[in-house]
Design a binder for this molecule. Structure first.
Ligand code: QV4
Length: 474
């Protein structure tokens, strides 16, 4: 279940973290479809507990499978899926199969009004009772399979996926979403579930809904959250044949490289050469909603220059199933999404350039990022050719004769003739500007009959990357 069921030449998934369904529907029609995005990962859709201050992570504590959250209700969800599918943008849902909520004093009331007593492992909205869960224990040794898979991840009540009842409820929930037209799932905390149980669940799911334009017998796309830095007892290899797996080593290494901890010239062997999963099994990203909040090598929107370069490399290098993060501004781990005084999530607002202004970061609306989504579509089915580097932090490469990329992460200028592999002509650098009505608002590069062009990326240029492709010829 590794096929994401993308439309036409599309290539990139965006995670619209904490967005409301009605806003996503609108975004599919007005921005994502026209810009060639392939799909959206949406936040969890089923009812969750209400935590004080409304941190984003309350949505990782389910109390029923009713489709009502702060992002909207079932009707709004269904409307979004239909409208996005209509413009060729697929929806993937973040699903919590591992656990229910953690402890809560007294009776918890969820976002759909359902009551539960998590301390007693009583979730009448499903219903689940204590016998549907593993006995309570704490994960203290992350290399102990029993603890990782049968104890409670941060105290979240741990479902027993080997039980017929639990399996049937999870399958019913996922099938309901398939009926509504989704293309697949991000499986949260997959590492904390036995792969045999997941295999049973995935293989029991319905085919995708043909009324939403999926071919007959299409299987739901699955990508599993398994954090594997190498040498882990529970490894990515146990899951990779069931569906794609999040490749966290990609995120860490691309952060290292563009932070300057590792020379860019080494990226020539990027991909399996770095010990990553085979391309078709790897869900790749510069940052995700968890690791963007951790200190460390991983880049996020707070280092925009490096972040844009890393994203350009991510989308230009043909490896993995690409996902772009779209964040809201945060100070710490618990910062809630943009919300009003009644704690309702607010809709993103845009300035005249289309950038988000009211607490939403919307990396996917940064020109340098959506332009690379277009680049990836334009160079589809080509290989890396013509790799060049200066032995350090200046690199360039071609994607067949359809696209060309150059990066400068040194503290001195990159100024020289380089082989772009492109047909002769003048091309618009889609990083520093855009091609509008036949003229380029940024740098232009003239390519001669030999495919060479003069490339300049100053060390103090606004962006340290330059990108040319055949769909942006002046
Ligand atoms: C607290 C204590 C615990 C204690 C517990 C019980 O910290 O030690 O056992 O109380 O009383 C929130 C709080 C957390 C609290 C917990 C339970 O932050 O402090 O535990 O609730 O009340 C998200 C957030 C978590 C959040 C959780 C549930 O990141 O902070 O916990 O949602 O709301 C590993 C896993 C990997 C996981 C990653 C974070 O292998 O699978 O940790 N990633 C996924 C999601 C992530 C999500 C979860 C899993 C859980 O990507 O966003 O956690 O669904 O690497």
């Amino acid at each position: 279940q590794h096929n994401p069921h993308w439309w036409g030449n599309r290539n990139t998934i965006v995670h619209l973290f904490e967005w409301k369904w009605s806003d996503i529907a609108q975004e599919c029609e007005s921005f994502l479809g026209p810009r060639g995005f392939a799909g959206v990962q949406v936040s969890p859709v089923n009812e969750n507990i209400i935590a004080a201050g409304r941190p984003w992570w309350e949505r990782y504590q389910p109390i029923s499978y009713k489709l009502t959250t702060r992002s909207g209700n079932e009707e709004e969800f269904g409307d979004m899926v239909r409208r996005c599918n209509d413009v060729g943008v697929r929806i993937y849902v973040d699903v919590l199969l591992n656990h229910m909520s953690g402890d809560f004093d007294g009776v918890a009331v969820g976002t759909a009004g359902t009551e539960a007593e998590p301390r007693k492992k009583s979730f009448p909205g499903i219903p689940y009772t204590a016998q549907d869960f593993h006995p309570t224990c704490e994960i203290t040794d992350w290399n102990d399979r029993f603890q990782v898979q049968q104890c409670e991840l941060v105290g979240l009540k741990d479902l027993d996926q080997s039980s017929d009842w639990v399996r049937s409820k999870l399958i019913e929930f996922l099938d309901h979403l398939i009926e509504l037209g989704v293309a697949g799932f991000r499986v949260d905390a997959a590492k904390h579930m036995a792969s045999e149980d997941l295999e049973y669940i995935y293989s029991s799911l319905s085919n995708l809904n043909i009324d939403h334009g999926f071919p007959h017998n299409s299987r739901p796309f699955i990508f599993q959250e398994v954090i594997d830095h190498g040498h882990e007892t529970v490894s990515r290899d146990e899951y990779k044949d069931l569906g794609a797996v999040t490749e966290f080593r990609f995120s860490e290494e691309i952060g290292n490289a563009f932070r300057g901890n590792n020379a860019l010239k080494w990226l020539q062997s990027w991909g399996t050469g770095w010990g990553f999963l085979p391309s078709g099994q790897a869900l790749t990203f510069v940052d995700n909603h968890d690791n963007q909040r951790d200190a460390g090598a991983v880049l996020n929107y707070k280092s925009p220059r490096q972040y844009k370069m890393a994203t350009a490399f991510h989308l230009a290098y043909p490896y993995g199933i690409s996902r772009v993060m779209s964040s809201f501004a945060f100070d710490d781990h618990d910062t809630p999404p943009p919300q009003d005084a009644q704690e309702r999530i607010i809709s993103p607002e845009f300035d005249e350039d289309g950038a988000c202004v009211n607490g939403w970061i919307c990396e996917h609306r940064w020109r340098q990022i959506y332009a690379m989504v277009g680049f990836k579509n334009a160079v589809r089915d080509t290989e890396i050719t013509g790799w060049w580097d200066n032995g350090d932090n200046q690199i360039s490469f071609c994607r067949g004769n359809k696209g060309f990329l150059a990066f400068n992460n040194n503290l001195y200028d990159l100024s020289q003739d380089l082989d772009t592999c492109l047909p002769a002509g003048t091309y618009c650098d889609v990083i520093s500007g855009s091609l509008i009505d036949g003229s380029c608002t940024g740098k232009s590069v003239t390519v001669n009959d030999n495919g060479y062009g003069y490339i300049h990326i100053g060390s103090d240029d606004f962006d340290g990357v330059l990108a040319l492709h055949v769909d942006a010829k002046v």
